[in-house]
Ligand binder design. Sequence first.
Ligand code: FMN
Ligand code: ADP
Length: 291
Amino acid sequence: MFDGVHTGHRVLLGRLTRKAKEVDGESVVITFWPHPRMVLKQDADKLRFLTSPEERTKLFGQLGIDHLVLIPFSLELANLTAEEFIQQILIDKLGIHHLMVGYNHRFGKGRQHSYDEYQAFAKKYNFSISMVEAVLTDGMQTSSTDIRNHLLAGQMQEANNILGYQYTVSGRVVGGQQLGRRIGYPTANIEVEEPHKLIPPDGVYAVKVRVEGKDYGGMLNIGYRPTVNHNVDHRSLEVHIFDFNHDIYSEEVELEFIERVRDEQKFANVDELIAQLKKDEATIRGIVAGE
Ligand SMILES: Cc1cc2nc3c(=O)[nH]c(=O)nc-3n(C[C@H](O)[C@H](O)[C@H](O)COP(=O)(O)O)c2cc1C
Ligand SMILES: Nc1ncnc2c1ncn2[C@@H]1O[C@H](COP(=O)(O)OP(=O)(O)O)[C@@H](O)[C@H]1O
């Protein structure tokens, strides 16, 4: 589904745009939303994704794709056989001349056909077809599942290496308890709108912050703020932006994850929290400067 639009996807998409140029055609990427796993499985609520449909669209836009087709995935669509999908969508709706498929991609009800059978359909319906081999990252197959698992384990560098860019979470700044500025560290509280977006585990992170069209370094806390917060059901994302002093309530902010620095802790009092925030600032400024 191109979740993440990672290095492997980018190789495939690079081949696609080259092929389209070669034959003087246009490149089309087909993807689905909701993710088929959300429609087909019972554990849909627990599924988390690397990119929202909007984020995928933006990433595709950077790669020179001519058309992005976002097909609403439904049980009806899931019931089409591969041949029906080819006929009804690829031929009748899109009028394709060439089909490029990922090495492990299977489509159609029950995903029962092999690449050889796709080749037979190509002959029958008069389009050409090619397969893109697995793209390796450090000798391993590039997979969205591995990226998700690294992120959930707080292994940001590993995840970013496979993604080919820094994992990004976007949201809007909302008001908090206004304690941050009193302790010398104003923190913008970020509300993430996409309910299925994967949020890395609780802890403190070095991040790059994009706000008001500019980039800054920042230190981010994800968690329940056990030192000051008695309302423990709200998980918050709060970022202190370095060398920045604007009111950004209700602005859109993008956080790019660089590294996870420590666990969130419960301190005996606010002074101990402040002392730790000073240490975090020194550590994280060093990490951001090294980027
Ligand atoms: C980099 C960073 C690390 C933090 N670490 C902790 C922590 O370990 N434990 C904790 O209780 N709160 C932690 N906080 C949250 C602070 O308690 C919180 O930012 C402060 O209370 C301000 O809250 P406000 O935005 O609602 O005013 C951290 C905040 C930041 C920005
Ligand atoms: N360096 C900064 N980092 C984060 N937010 C900042 C910074 N400078 C100013 N602000 C502003 O201050 C707000 C955070 O201050 P804070 O006292 O923590 O209030 P709140 O509890 O409402 O988040 C941010 O939402 C933003 O509008």
